[in-house]
Ligand binder design. Structure first.
Ligand code: HEM
Length: 120
């Protein structure tokens, strides 16, 4: 019986130590894991300037709209002329002075790549 008590005692503390070690070794959880905080330079942005690889910077964030372009309700060229570029004004005016709908705004996050690097 004494042996059983001793085994239980050892097993209990072994579990406690294991939990503490696993907790200490686990990577820290960032409070801002989503959305991605990857920083993108204008140079990197400019390297994604085709319809099949189309990044745009809008309101300080960088998006990869390659997969969305075929779904956009205009001929592709309306969007693709902005690939690889800062496109806030184009997005905010649709090219003719009207803002996109809230529904369009709500679609953006799924294409987020990161944030545009702050220029001095
Ligand atoms: C930055 C370049 C872009 C330009 C120049 C542009 C321009 C346009 C134009 C001309 C229309 C059709 C006319 C109209 O509805 O008034 C339109 C509609 C639309 N666009 Fe874009 N667009 C751009 C980017 C985007 C992006 C990034 C999204 C979403 C991810 C998007 C989502 C939509 C949607 C949902 C519509 C339907 C109307 C609305 O909801 O406002 N567009 N866009």
């Amino acid at each position: 019986m004494k042996k059983l008590t001793w085994s239980a005692f050892v097993a209990f503390w072994a579990s406690v130590v294991t939990l503490l070690v696993v907790g200490a070794l686990a990577p820290p959880q960032s409070a801002h894991a989503e959305p991605p905080n990857r920083v993108v330079t204008l140079e990197e942005l400019a390297a994604h300037a085709t319809a099949g690889d189309c990044w745009m910077a809008i309101r300080g964030k960088v998006y990869d709209f390659s997969a969305y372009i075929p779904q956009h309700p205009t001929p592709p060229s309306v969007m693709t002329q902005w690939c690889g570029r800062e496109a806030t004004e184009a997005y905010d005016t649709k090219g003719y002075g009207r803002p996109h709908s809230a529904a369009a705004d709500g679609m953006m996050d799924q294409y987020l790549v990161g944030v545009l690097v702050q220029q001095d």
